[in-house]
Each structure stands twice: as C-alpha cells, then as structure tokens.
Design a protein around this ligand. Structure first.
Ligand code: MN
Length: 203
C-alpha cells in the first residue's frame, strides 16, 4: 500500500458550526474550503509541473518554483495540523494535563506563562503568519515559533505540536482587524487531547 502521491484537502474533524461561538461557520468554511484548498491545488500543480519537466527534459525556473512550492506545501501542512488542534466548543479549552502539562510547566514555569508567550507570538507576528508550539529535535525542549507566511522562521526538523493561524483570512470575517480577539477566542477551542497525542508520539 503506497502513500498518496499528491496532497488532498482533509475533512474537518468536526462540523462547520461546531466551533461556534468561538469561530463562526462562515469564517471556518471560507478558511478551510477556499484558502486551504488553494494551497493544496497550487502545491499539486507544482508537483505535476516538476514531473512533466523531468519527463520531457525541459528546464525549470528552479528558484521560483522551489520558493512557491515551499510556500504552498507549508501552507497545506500547517493547515492540516491546525484543524485537528481545535475541538468543538465545549470539548476544548482549559489547560493540558499529563506529559504535555508537565513539559510546559517545566519549560515555562506554568501554563499561564506559556499561554502569555504563545499569545504574544501570535498577536505580534508581522503580516501573515502563525504561532506554533514545537519540540526542538536536539534537546526535546518545547519552543514557540513565530512563523512568517507559512515557511519563514521555521526551524528545520522541529516537530509541531500546535499551530494557530493568524493570517487575516483566518479571522477577518469574525473579528475584522482585531487579531487579539481571535487569539483570545482560540484558547476556548484548543484541543489539548490532540496536542498531547502529538507529544506522546515523540516521547
Ligand atoms: Mn489559513
């Protein structure tokens, strides 16, 4: 059984209305069905062009193609991590327990300090970007990344536990320009069970 040779838009692990009132159906539909789908389509088109060019022996504008692929593939990968690290309203939020809770406690001195730092990374990301909770591949210590676009300021090899999309397309329908309100709402639907499972796979 081989792996799929192209990307596909994953279904959401909840209904479109299930994140309300923290994220509206309209906001989620546009974000998932339009924005995420575009990254999938663009990345797959580049893979097809690469294959065609190799088959036909034609030259590529390598620098441009690889830059676009890094952007679109990273966009797909981050969004695919984003949807499941949210949970239906009532099933998410609160604080993580178990190994994840212990890890955050040890590194940040407590969940509240982690939340403050992650919030600041999300709110202060310049232009379009993400905040990410990651694990350092060398030390296994947690590290907050502030990603610009989908692929700038990313540390090679770090595993991603949780991401928060702070592109305007992620919140403009619900919150207009008030990114801080969106980040505040996110904490109510953070899926700590999922984030904890991602950590368990690394331990
Ligand atoms: Mn997005």
């Amino acid at each position: 059984m081989g792996r799929p040779q192209a990307y596909s838009l994953p279904d959401l692990p909840y209904g479109y209305k299930d994140l309300e009132p923290h994220m509206s159906e309209e906001q989620l539909r546009v974000h998932h069905d339009k924005h995420h789908a575009t990254y999938v389509k663009n990345a797959n088109a580049i893979f097809e062009n690469l294959a065609k060019s190799r088959k036909e022996g034609t030259d590529l504008d390598t620098k441009s193609v690889l830059k676009s692929l890094a952007f679109n593939a990273s966009g797909h990968i981050l969004h695919s991590l984003f949807w499941p690290n949210m949970a239906a309203a009532g099933n998410g939020g609160g604080k993580p327990g178990g190994a994840l809770g212990d890890l955050l406690e040890k590194e940040f001195g407590g969940f509240d300090r982690f939340k403050k730092e992650f919030t600041h990374a999300a709110v202060s990301a310049e232009g379009s970007g993400w905040a990410a909770l990651t694990i350092d591949s060398l030390t296994r210590r947690p590290q907050i990344m502030q990603i610009e676009k989908h692929n700038v300021n990313v540390y090679p090899g770090f595993a991603v536990l949780m991401v928060l999309d702070v592109w305007e397309h992620a919140y403009y329908i619900d919150h207009k320009n008030m990114r801080d309100k969106f980040v505040e709402a996110f904490w109510n639907i953070a899926n700590w069970d999922e984030v904890g499972k991602r950590l368990q796979k690394l331990l």
